[in-house]
Ligand binder design. Structure first.
Ligand code: BT5
Length: 274
């Protein structure tokens, strides 16, 4: 359970380091006051050979990124972090790392704050249908091998939704808005890294089914009528499943199944049964 220790208290993610020492994820955890983007810093460190599991945390980001170079607004009070991973796996499975991270965030929010969190493909965690967390996984590959992956996680924690630009306020929320109090980010970070550690061990064994099953359980949009827009096309139909490459399976109106690898999903109508 996270106790109330908010923005005005010293934020010391380095405290996390000690008890995560024997683990993969979070050892070390590097803390920065301000960075352009924790993903960029983690990638730079990866190229310099730092070890798997290194976590980069920044109090604020001035060039936080989403997919396709979209802006990720990262005010003080948020939890902005990136995890460096070096799994020996086919790069095609890297999108499962995003699924794994979204499951870990949703489970941690559910468990620590009793917040009913849901997952929206491909990389959002929602509370009350509003985005509270976004995930950006970036990879570097050499031929058919994955050299490294950086999983960036942004959780809107201790700030009011007013800290976001006006056009995002209706579609976004923060832990502070939902709980009407601030949370202890050190504990949140600690619990999240433990959760990620346990699923990452499953991931490296290639046991994607377990991760996908957990994801399906939290992906409440499955079964809904959706529209998925990518730079290539717009697909409309029923979201029916996800495969072990992180692709969404959409059943089109004519009954054929379409595999969608990336895009932005909009829920048109939720299914009655979920
Ligand atoms: C994402 O992209 O949702 C991935 C966000 C990943 C952020 C983390 S923070 C730590 C690490 N370092 C980084 O530089 N990035 C990662 P996407 O699905 O493309 O969504 C981006 C869109 O979300 C933007 O275009 C806005 O519409 C919206 N957005 C931006 N900031 C937001 C915020 N704080 N809360 C909710 N929505 C936001």
């Amino acid at each position: 359970m996270c106790v109330n220790m908010g923005r005005n208290r010293a934020y010391q993610p380095f405290k996390v380091r000690e008890d995560l020492q024997k683990r993969i994820i979070g050892s070390p955890t590097l803390y920065f006051r301000e960075l352009p983007s924790t993903n960029d810093m983690a990638k730079e460190l990866a190229l310099r050979g730092v070890r798997e599991g290194t976590v980069v945390v920044a109090r604020t980001q001035n060039k936080g990124r989403g997919r396709q170079e979209r802006k990720w607004i990262s005010p003080e009070g948020g939890l902005w972090l990136s995890i460096l991973l070096r799994p020996r796996t086919n790069p095609k499975h890297a999108p499962v790392l995003t699924l794994l991270a979204s499951v870990a965030v949703a489970k941690t929010l559910n468990r620590s704050f009793q917040l009913k969190s849901e997952i929206k493909w491909p990389n959002d965690v929602l509370v009350n249908m509003k985005k509270i967390c976004g995930i950006l996984t970036e990879t570097r590959t050499k031929r058919e091998t994955l050299e490294f992956a950086v999983v960036g996680i942004g959780i809107n924690a201790n700030f009011a939704v007013d800290a976001l630009p006006a056009h995002l306020r209706d579609s976004s929320t923060t832990l502070q808005e939902e709980l009407k109090r601030e949370v202890e980010r050190e504990t949140l970070l600690h619990d999240l890294l433990l959760e990620i550690e346990s699923s990452y061990k499953v991931f490296v064994k290639g046991q994607f089914t377990h991760i996908l099953d957990e994801w399906r359980g939290l992906a409440t949009f499955l079964g809904a009528e959706v529209e998925v827009e990518s730079h290539r096309e717009k697909v409309e139909g029923r979201a029916v499943n996800i495969d072990s490459y992180g692709a969404l399976i959409v059943k089109l109106r004519n009954g054929t199944l379409r595999r969608v690898l990336s895009g932005d999903l909009r829920i048109i109508e939720k299914s009655e049964s979920r």
